[in-house]
Design a binder for this molecule. Structure first.
Ligand code: ARG
Length: 256
């Protein structure tokens, strides 16, 4: 009854949010293998996880594809119930949304041009950082609003020092950064590991420095007022981990 009244009040403004049986999800589908558009269809690890969640909740999944910058805000402002977007759990974001249990471990990695000798023989994270700091006015490509951007620019809340003498250039997606790298407009790209692997595989002339720069966890963002949904999602995630469906989904979308 209360839900009905609420719907009546907001009708016209939040019509979609009132479709009681919809589970609305915010994402930025430019992040293979987690979410991407293939033949006009949304695919990826996050999409498949969300489909199972909606199914278990007997809800209709409705996906809103937007810029990555807007994904967390969409949930915070109740325009979407949840967000799956390869989203890294972080204190800043925790102020405006709740996060589910972790479903994936991630890190930032560096993509270079294969013929770039400056990054040869690096062994540790410290080696990578030292090398980046040594290159004068290094141009670093990142995806706007992501960990890679905060990591490169430096951010107190995220606990990242940043690269002081670097020129950080933000792109809407990794593919655009790759084009720029291959055109010699960038020295390196800093982006999440799995997307980095997909990009390097798909683009001749690029290589991955297989060293983790950060320690991140992906989780599902849920509106702060919806503890019930959060609990249900955690139960479903837990079940998916136990019965192997989670690993199956990951293997389906990414094989080394
Ligand atoms: N893990 C990074 C972050 O949370 C990048 C996520 C980008 N996701 C996307 N769908 N574009 O900031």
């Amino acid at each position: 009854m209360r839900a009905l009244l609420l719907c009546a009040t907001f009708i016209g403004i939040l019509v979609s949010g009132c479709k009681n049986n919809d589970l609305t999800m915010a994402t930025a589908a430019n992040f293979a293998p987690f979410e991407y558009v293939n033949g006009g269809e949304l695919q990826g690890i996050d999409i498949d996880i969300a489909k199972i969640i909606a199914n278990e909740l007997s809800k209709e999944l409705s996906i809103q594809d937007m810029e990555f910058d807007s994904v967390v805000q969409a949930v915070a402002s109740s325009n979407a119930d949840i967000a799956l977007s390869g989203l890294t759990v972080n204190e800043t974001r925790k102020k405006v949304v709740n996060f589910s249990d972790t479903y994936f471990n991630a890190s930032q990695m560096v993509i270079i041009k294969s013929n770039d000798k400056r990054f040869a023989d690096l062994k540790t994270k410290e080696d990578v950082i030292k090398t980046i700091n040594k290159i004068k006015n290094i141009k670093i490509g990142v995806q706007a609003g992501t960990t890679g951007e905060f990591y490169s620019k430096g951010d107190k809340d995220w606990g990242f020092d940043g690269f002081k003498n670097a020129n950080i250039i933000s792109f809407a997606n990794g593919g655009m950064a790759i084009t720029s790298l291959l055109n010699n407009q960038l020295d390196i790209i800093i982006i999440d590991e799995m997307p980095a692997r997909v990009l390097v595989k798909a683009n001749n002339g690029t290589s991955l420095i297989d060293i983790a720069l950060t320690d991140e966890k992906y989780a599902i963002a849920v509106n702060k007022n919806n503890k019930e949904l959060l609990n249900k999602i955690n139960a479903i995630l837990n079940k998916m981990q136990q019965d192997g469906r989670m690993q199956e989904i990951i293997n389906k979308h990414y094989s080394r």
